[in-house]
Design a protein around this ligand. Structure first.
Ligand SMILES: [Mg+2]
Length: 331
């Protein structure tokens, strides 16, 4: 454990304690079309330090090449191979359950069709073509017809795999139905639930870890119920950044399996000493980090929850902690 004396040896940065980062994209590296502040320079430094970056997304609509091009437009050095999508993980799940060359009914965007083809399977669009499996992912043009074809095939006994279970997705006009909502329609129709490939389930993380050959990966994300829970499911440490959908109140209320190992306002936390970002915070530890009060509040709130008590964090304190996060993001 860290000593309280002022003469402790310099601690390694969080990034240096790992050999690969499994980075979520939306809310972590970009928000919509634009990069998150500081993301580009931090990720360039990560690469300079020899740590591999894999971009791991539940969004199955866009093929990896399109996602990689988006990232390269920010000036990031990214190969298509560095992007791992839930469509790829889903296609791998399908391929492990059906003979090579099998017909697979694809529902979703081009990312789903491309991933199925890349696994040596034959994408089809109608249940009349006798598919032996269905892979369902999000796509903006998915319609009743596609859900009906999927339902016919699933009811006829096809292997049923979904890229991810996200119920909603943010758009520039508000919150819209995600793949989990589309899948729920097929499940309600057929009474069958799919194998899930995306976060928080293990296949997408497994695919990413194997692809980059990592032994000490770190999951980095902005969502507790996908990214952080995926870390728990796969036994991998996780860093929560506050540049996406998670707020202070969500973090303090997180159940055990959605509590991150580390927290930072943004990706600059990767370039901080480990004990500056570790959770839950220790009351005895004195650091210069702006989120030290938030980390201590996590300890109190989580300890209380684990003892079946109400959160000791007051509304006024919550407001102060939220202001700390805003200040840290602006710093
Ligand atoms: Mg995200």
């Amino acid at each position: 454990m860290t000593s309280m004396s002022g003469s402790r040896a310099p601690e390694p940065w969080l990034v240096d304690a790992h050999d690969a980062l499994l980075l979520d994209l939306d809310g972590v590296v970009y928000v919509g079309p634009d990069p998150v502040d500081h993301a580009v320079e931090v990720l360039a430094e990560v690469r300079r330090r020899g740590v591999v970056t894999a971009y791991v997304t539940n969004n199955a609509a866009r093929p990896p090449s399109v996602v990689a091009e988006h990232l390269r437009s920010f000036g990031l050095e990214v190969a298509d191979h560095d992007v791992v999508t839930s469509a790829q993980a889903g296609a791998r799940e399908v391929a492990s359950r059906v003979p090579a060359g099998s017909r697979v009914l694809c529902v979703g965007g081009p990312g789903v069709v491309e991933a199925v083809r890349a696994r040596g399977l034959e994408p089809v669009t109608s249940a009349d073509e006798a598919p032996v499996a269905v892979l369902m992912g999000y796509g903006p043009d998915v319609s009743w017809r596609h859900l009906a074809e999927a339902s016919y095939a699933v009811a006829a006994g096809a292997v049923f795999v979904a890229t991810n279970a996200d119920l909603s997705i943010p758009t520039d006009r508000g919150i819209a139905p995600g793949n989990g909502t589309l899948v729920a329609a097929v499940t309600a129709t057929t009474g069958r639930s799919p194998f899930m490939a995306g976060k928080p389930c293990a296949p997408l993380i497994r695919e990413s870890v194997e692809r980059v050959g990592s032994r000490r990966p770190l999951v980095v994300g902005d969502r507790l119920d996908t990214d952080i829970e995926a870390g728990h499911v796969s036994g991998i440490d996780s860093l929560l950044v506050m540049t996406g959908v998670t707020g202070v109140a969500d973090l303090l209320a997180a159940p055990v399996n959605r509590r991150p190992s580390y927290i930072a306002a943004d990706l600059r936390g990767l370039l901080r000493p480990v004990s500056d970002v570790r959770l839950p915070g220790d009351d005895r530890l004195v650091t210069g980090d702006r989120l030290v009060a938030l980390r201590r509040a996590c300890r109190r709130a989580w300890d209380a929850a684990d003892s079946g008590e109400l959160s000791p964090v007051t509304a006024a304190e919550l407001e102060g902690l939220t202001a700390d996060v805003s200040a840290a993001l602006r710093a």
